[in-house]
Design a protein around this ligand. Structure first.
Ligand code: CA
Length: 384
């Protein structure tokens, strides 16, 4: 800390004679010191507040303060400035106390020489600068430790959050898997019912017709064979429908686009509702069986819902795939419904099922519906 600027000194001394001696000893013409002189602690503090000083020469007995208190008040006000108490002879214990409390040195008024004063002041300023540098380094270190601690703590809470998030995701996946098993089981129940009620009944009818054949006169045989044929045709139709509902072969054989187009034709013949499909990126390429099945089922479910509730004659479907995701939209201008209410009431396992299918593949499905305006279902499924 070597520089050529003068050392700025504040002399706080109410005794004019003493002050003049100090002033004379410091010899301002030498350019080493710049001295300002005040006669009370109050004036001293306001000088220190307004200007920078390297050093204070401080008389303890002032009109507005006395003893060690003078030192403590000034030190508290300007902790970065070096202080040398000026004490009257006999006040040595007081001066030593001030040193213990952080004063840089002390001088006896009665025994000051130029050499002594100059040396004491130079040393005091240097020591104070050293202390200040050390304090700053220490503060800086503390600051860095605190910063690092804060960083670590932030990282830690981020990690905790990520762990909690992962737990939630795992929990959700478990719930969805469980739900999928339930859905599969309920589909099996439907198939069993269909087999028993529809097909079982037709088979029983067919059996009766065949049993009667042996007991009938020859002229009635043709008519009965015709009855049997009708029943067999009906049976074949039912089995085909059941098989197609379970899983259309063309989904596996020809892929999503063909299966959708086929389904729209069948849907139109069953419900009279026309579906217009626009698509990008699903032609001439096969997606994974999971994605194709999910998209097919979501569209199927949405169309079934629309046929039941929307009261429309037209539905728009858009499928758009790029390298990252497949986006699906099914929209109608029908009656619409309160999505939250029907989900909350558990009325629509179909709606929940669609969403779960999308979520199981890491995707999202949103249902927007406005009563009187229509319904839009948007789904995004990630493609690996
Ligand atoms: Ca005094």
């Amino acid at each position: 800390m070597q520089d050529n600027r003068p050392i700025k000194v504040l002399l706080v001394e109410d005794d004019s004679a003493s002050a003049e001696i100090v002033n004379a000893l410091l010899d301002q013409d030498s350019g080493i010191f710049e001295v300002e002189w005040v006669m009370s602690l109050k004036d001293g503090l306001s000088k220190l507040a307004a200007n920078f000083f390297d050093l204070v020469l401080l008389d303890f007995g002032l009109p507005d303060s006395d003893g060690l208190d003078t030192f403590l008040r000034l030190q508290k006000h300007s902790p970065a400035v070096a202080i040398i108490p000026l004490t009257a002879t006999g006040d040595e214990s007081l001066a030593l106390k001030a040193i213990q409390l952080g004063a840089q040195d002390y001088l006896f008024k009665g025994a000051i020489s130029r050499q002594l004063l100059t040396k004491a002041m130079r040393y005091a300023v240097e020591r104070k600068r050293g202390e200040e540098a050390l304090r700053r380094a220490h503060d800086e270190l503390e600051r860095r430790v605190m910063e690092r601690t804060a960083e670590l703590s932030a990282t830690n809470s981020q990690l905790k959050e990520q762990i909690a998030e992962r737990r939630r995701a795992e929990e959700e996946l478990r719930r969805l898997s469980h739900r999928l098993v339930e859905v599969q089981e309920s589909e099996r129940r439907n198939i069993a019912r269909e087999l028993h009620d529809e097909i079982g009944q037709l088979l029983t009818g067919l059996k009766l017709v065949i049993e009667m054949v042996s007991r009938l006169p020859a002229e009635e045989l043709v008519e009965h064979c015709h009855k049997a044929q009708v029943l067999v045709n009906e049976l074949m139709g039912h089995v085909r429908d059941l098989s197609l509902d379970l899983r259309p072969a063309m989904l596996d054989d020809l892929g999503l686009l063909h299966a959708l187009l086929w389904h729209f034709e069948r849907y139109k013949s069953q419900t009279g509702v026309t579906v217009t499909l626009t698509h990008t990126g699903i032609e001439n390429q096969r997606l994974t069986p999971e994605i194709e099945t999910a998209v097919y089922r979501i569209v199927q479910e949405a169309l079934t819902n629309a046929a039941r509730h929307a009261g429309v004659t037209k539905i728009r479907v858009n499928a758009y795939a790029d390298a990252e995701s497949l986006n699906l939209q099914i929209a109608d201008d029908g009656k619409g419904f309160d999505v939250q209410a029907s989900l909350a009431a558990g009325q629509s396992s179909g709606l929940a099922g669609m969403r779960e299918r999308a979520q199981l593949l890491g995707g999202l499905l949103m249902i927007d519906s406005v009563v009187g305006k229509g319904t839009v279902i948007n789904a995004t499924l990630p493609l690996e």
